[in-house]
Design a protein around this ligand. Structure first.
Ligand code: UTP
Length: 271
């Protein structure tokens, strides 16, 4: 059973400036819920009740979101407005939250390594909240089932247009069936002519704790940052990474286009 989920939320979110000048991008709302709440809900649905966040400067609003707001709650107690807090209250009660800080933005791999102190020696989920995922069954719940079968690192993948491969970690390997591939090669942000396929890793992982030692030994990669994809290549070379083509939709809410698409999608569901 995987109990812990890591949320690297230390990035600056520069694509959303000036909105992200003094507030975290993970607090930007799609309709009334901030991105981080969708992610935590997905983790909790997958049975991961220990929520570990790697934060940075200007991220206090995330900690406050997963805490009681006495004045506000007192003010609206007994009114019809109270039910608007039901879901977040449910998540606050259900999960345990812990935080640590990434001091310098040295990349996703470094953020994950910073989270070691909160994760310890256990397999764990990783959710990048700016990839907003939705499906009949949560994506992380689907991945837990894949982990139970293969007992190794799992990355969620989807096909992306060839001219967009340089935005992602790209995998290739031996297809086990339509939805599962045993990964052989992973490359972070390849040029289209160097990409081994168009199967892109999205912001959902299940990692085994040996990844921490591998990350410590991994040199900085694309953009001079410590890339989790490079560390996973070590695992993949030993046959220890499965790519899972998930069932559902993903919105890249780290980009303006994806954010607007997600907003329209969830708004239509309300109607
Ligand atoms: P992004 O590549 O989207 O970077 O990070 P960013 O800084 O958040 O956004 P832009 O590109 O400036 O607009 C992917 C995920 O990894 C986390 C981010 O918080 C985001 O969830 N991350 C990235 C860290 O926690 N630390 C890092 O050093 C880098």
């Amino acid at each position: 059973m995987i109990k812990k989920c890591l949320f690297p939320v230390a990035g600056y979110g520069t694509r959303f400036l000036p909105a992200t000048k003094a507030q975290p991008k993970e607090m930007l709302p799609v309709l009334t819920k901030p991105l981080i709440q969708y992610g935590v809900q997905e983790a909790a649905e997958a049975g991961m009740m220990d929520i570990a966040m790697v934060t940075g400067r200007n991220k206090r609003a995330i900690e406050d979101h997963f805490d009681t707001t006495y004045e506000l709650e007192d003010q609206i107690r007994g009114s019809s407005k109270e039910k608007r807090l039901e879901r977040i209250r449910g998540l606050i009660n259900k999960c345990r939250y812990s935080y640590t800080r990434q001091v310098e933005m040295r990349g996703l791999g470094d953020a994950i390594l910073t989270g070691e102190v909160l994760i310890g020696n256990n397999p764990f989920g990783v959710i990048l909240a700016d990839d907003l995922c939705t499906g009949d069954e949560g994506i992380m719940s689907q991945m837990v089932k894949v982990y139970e079968k293969y007992q190794c690192c799992i990355v969620a993948v989807e096909e992306v247009p060839h001219d967009e491969v340089s935005k992602y970690g790209i995998i290739s390997g031996d297809a086990i069936d339509k939805n599962h591939t045993r990964v052989e090669t992973m490359v972070e942000k390849p040029a289209p002519e160097q990409a081994p396929s168009n199967l892109a890793i999205i912001g959902r992982y299940i990692l085994t704790p040996d990844i921490f030692d591998i990350l410590r030994e991994t040199p900085p990669g694309a953009n001079g940052e410590l890339q989790v994809t490079d560390a996973l290549q070590t695992q993949a070379s030993a046959g220890k990474v499965i790519a899972y083509r998930f069932q559902g939709k993903r919105f890249d809410c780290g980009s303006i286009d994806g954010f607007v698409e997600a907003t329209n999608y969830f708004y239509k569901l309300l109607k």
